[in-house]
Write a protein that binds this ligand. Structure first.
Ligand SMILES: [Cu+2]
Length: 164
């Protein structure tokens, strides 16, 4: 087998998200991925999701790729002294062992920059998440209404309806 053949095989397996020989891969679960519909002229969008780590090793989300955007960044939201929200790029997001991290409006989010087309209600966005240890994991984000606050609702969750 030539080295170029090996390269191609590796690239293909990475694309398909199966280049994860370690059993750590099965410890991460990406769920409840969603986004918001954008205005026709919008240049940016955001994706929210939940990453659970059932394993005993910490991992970290390093980057995300999305076919619908030129650039994808990991962002956090912080409030300054004046009560004004700011978005800040973060280099990676730690996914602690036996823990879960929720990306949600007003908090961590996956920022889509340079949208190639508007995001329409009901669209599905194909994402590929790259983790330090688990390798690549694909995700499918459902586009919700522009004012949606979570998957399956166009309104804020009812009081007491907290997830697990
Ligand atoms: Cu952002």
């Amino acid at each position: 087998m030539s080295s170029s053949t090996i390269c191609l095989a590796l690239a293909l397996s990475l694309t398909m998200g199966v280049a994860t020989p370690q059993d750590q891969a099965s410890n991460l679960t990406v769920s409840r991925a969603w986004s918001r519909a954008t205005a026709p002229s919008a240049q940016a969008g955001a994706v929210f999701l939940v990453i659970s780590n059932s394993g005993s090793h910490d991992d970290a989300l390093r980057s995300v790729a999305a076919a619908c955007a030129d650039t994808v960044e990991l962002h956090s939201h912080t409030m300054d002294d004046q009560g004004i929200m700011h978005m800040d790029p973060v280099a990676s997001v730690a996914i602690p062992a036996h823990g879960a991290v929720e990306f949600k409006p007003g908090g961590l989010h996956i920022m889509l920059l340079g949208l190639k087309h508007p995001l329409h209600l009901g669209d599905h966005l194909a994402l590929i998440l790259h983790f330090d240890h688990a390798g690549t994991i694909p995700a499918d984000a459902l586009v919700m209404a522009p004012d949606a606050m979570g998957l399956g609702s166009g309104a804020p969750a009812a009081p007491g309806a907290r997830g697990p």
